[in-house]
Design a binder for this molecule. Structure first.
Ligand SMILES: Cc1cc2nc3c(=O)[nH]c(=O)nc-3n(C[C@H](O)[C@H](O)[C@H](O)COP(=O)(O)O)c2cc1C
Length: 202
């Protein structure tokens, strides 16, 4: 396994917006959030969807991220207009885990909650990465497949699920989230490609 100790490398970027949605894998995010904070970004702002709130508390998230965990209420109540300010300041937007619902909402620019509105308002130059996690039948559903294709065609990154343990049955099935060392290297490659493109554009 790749060394992910905090002493091994500098963080990849300054500001990460992490969207957590209501896939059951949201329950496993606390240690992953710790890793993202230690290794990927100096500041991690988390936006939790309605579904995520069923699996994880904002208190647990903010205790780890060091920032208030934002929910749909904040889009309406925070005078700083966070779906705009956060999307502008982000170097990277990561949606992990990404539910079938958020894939559909973002693929159609439905902007029906805080996270999908923030993603729609994110400049094209900022990488947006989805890490879907769902039951294999859902992942292979033809409408989910078509939403993933729409997102990829529009320049969003969607990381295929991997084999994992299905919570409902305890069986090894396709549909889990990528492991953190592989995710780290994937994000590093995406950010470095982005920097090269912006250097060529300047
Ligand atoms: C126990 C349970 C587990 C679920 N796991 C998943 C999942 O792994 N992936 C997924 O896309 N949806 C899953 N769902 C369905 C989502 O929670 C549901 O579609 C929800 O509307 C997603 O909302 P959000 O995208 O706003 O978080 C699950 C629902 C329940 C009750």
């Amino acid at each position: 396994m790749t060394d992910l100790s905090p002493h091994a490398r500098a963080r990849l970027c300054k500001n990460l917006v992490l969207g957590i949605t209501g896939a059951v894998a949201a329950s496993w995010m606390p240690p992953r959030l710790q890793t993202l904070r230690a290794l990927v970004a100096d500041e991690v702002n988390v936006v939790m969807t309605r579904g995520a709130l069923r699996f994880l508390t904002p208190l647990a998230v903010s205790a780890i991220s060091g920032q208030p965990a934002l929910t749909d209420e904040d889009m309406w109540n925070d005078k700083r207009v966070p779906h705009i300010t956060l999307s502008r300041s982000a170097d990277l937007v990561l949606v992990m885990p990404a539910s079938a619902r958020i894939l559909a909402s973002c693929a159609r620019a439905a902007c029906d909650d805080f996270l999908s509105t923030l993603i729609c308002a994110t400049p094209d130059s900022t990488p947006v990465v989805f890490v879907p996690s769902m039951n294999e039948t859902m992942w292979r559903n033809r409408l989910v497949t078509s939403n993933v294709a729409l997102l990829r065609d529009a320049g969003y990154h969607v990381i295929d699920p991997i084999e994992g343990i299905e919570v409902a049955t305890g069986h090894e099935v396709y549909g889990g989230m990528i492991d953190m060392p592989t995710l780290y290297h994937t994000l590093a490659a995406i950010l470095s490609q982005r920097r090269e493109e912006s250097f060529q554009d300047s």
